[in-house]
Design a protein around this ligand. Structure first.
Ligand code: COA
Length: 368
């Protein structure tokens, strides 16, 4: 059976930094409180022109570059996000257009902060079935647009960013070895964006009642996370036939430093095997694991043969874990001419998309 190997990785982090001190000038909080209760020191905020799709495209381009493949080789694009550009078209279709990935099917996946792990699971199953060869899996979020900047219970936690991997079919023994996914909808109201959907369509009332912002029962989500993460980690390892001793790197969803510490104590992992960048980015939801994975490779914390466990949890409630054996080495630097060709290719993809739009218009006007 073919396995889904991670052949490329990329990330995009917006420039603007929002520190805890900045937040203490916006709501009644302090750097000391935020660091002690969450471990977060700063987070990144998307610029006015940036959206989930634009950040996803940047991360995806980098991942394709590392994998040394062109966008025309991609069979499927999955964007895990809770903050799509629109309800429809999907963010994945916007990415498909921007990359010029003309052969690719594209869809979004909504599983809150577990979205990336869910997307990896779906993509791996499709690769293993032989349905696809190459998949772009992206986690991207612009949480700053659904954060209530007047609510100190939530606004200190979240940040923006995107991470992507290219999965390619490869031999058994490496790549994604096991996935465990779960959900418990009875906890749906613990972490919810109440407004804007078919239950509460956007109206003056939903805006006045701040229903287009994240609402969260922090303590309950905390208790859920520290219970579910160790369990799903053990289940996924068992399914892969490996043990904790085999794990080289553990990448948990970056939500709260105290959750990570509790999980590490529970599963008895040496802290040196745990990757965390929470203090710099906060919780970037579906983007947190791919950003961390990408950083870990860039910092040479992963080499071929290493076993990595990624564990997510979040709104739904949802949870999931992936066990994978790293197979691809760090790529050699990309020559300048090749980077130029890639840029040219993306410019042509944009032109092609514009021409196609024009063609659709002419076609329909012609028949109007
Ligand atoms: N600054 C200062 N005080 C704050 C604060 C802030 N930013 N946010 C909350 N407080 C206050 C509360 O109002 C409360 O005050 P009170 O005792 O007078 O009512 C007090 O701090 C303790 O609140 P509590 O909610 O018990 O704090 P906590 O230790 O549970 O930390 C979270 C709050 C949100 C950091 C924590 O519950 C958490 O991280 N939960 C998980 C959230 C998460 O991961 N969500 C995403 C899942 S994908």
């Amino acid at each position: 059976m073919p396995r889904a190997h991670v052949a490329g990785w990329g990330k995009y982090i917006p420039q603007r930094v929002l520190t805890n001190d900045d937040l203490s000038r916006m709501v009644d909080t302090s750097d000391a409180w935020i660091v002690a209760r969450t471990g977060i020191r700063e987070r990144r905020i998307a610029g006015e022109e940036e959206t989930t799709a634009t950040m996803a495209v940047q991360a995806a381009r980098q991942a394709l570059e590392v994998a040394r493949i062109g966008p025309e080789k991609v069979d499927l694009i999955i964007v895990a996000t809770a903050t799509p550009d629109y309800f429809f078209p999907s963010t994945a279709c916007l990415v498909q257009k921007a990359l010029g990935a003309n052969r690719a099917a594209a869809f979004d996946l909504a599983a809150g902060c577990t979205g990336f792990v869910y997307a990896l699971g779906v993509a791996a199953a499709m690769v293993e079935s032989g349905a696809v060869q190459t998949v772009l899996v992206i986690g991207a979020e612009t949480l700053s647009r659904i954060t209530d900047w007047a609510d100190r219970n939530t606004c200190v936690l979240f940040g923006d960013g995107a991470g992507a991997v290219v999965l390619r079919a490869g031999p058994d023994g490496g790549g994604i070895l096991a996935t465990v996914l779960g959900a418990d909808g009875s906890g749906g109201d613990l972490l919810i964006l109440p407004g804007g959907g078919s239950r509460h369509p956007a109206s003056h009332r939903t805006v006045a009642e701040r229903m287009h912002f994240i609402r969260m029962q922090g303590r309950d989500v905390f208790r859920f996370a520290v219970r579910v993460v160790p369990t799903v980690t053990r289940q996924a390892l068992e399914r892969s036939g490996l043990s904790l001793d085999d794990v080289a790197l553990f990448i948990p969803h970056q939500a709260n430093g105290r959750i990570i510490e509790s999980v590490v104590r529970d599963v008895k992992l040496p802290p040196g095997k745990v990757y965390s960048n929470l203090e710099r980015y906060g919780n970037t939801s579906a983007a947190s694991i791919p950003i961390a994975l990408c950083e870990a490779v860039e910092k040479e914390r992963l080499k071929p043969g290493d076993v990595v466990v990624c564990v997510g949890f979040g709104a739904g409630l949802t949870w999931g874990a992936t066990v994978l054996r790293w197979t691809y080495p760090q790529p050699a630097p990309v020559p300048v001419w090749r980077r130029f060709l890639r840029r040219l290719r993306y410019a042509l993809a944009a032109l092609r998309s514009w021409l196609r739009r024009l063609w659709w218009r002419v076609f329909f006007v012609g028949r109007g």
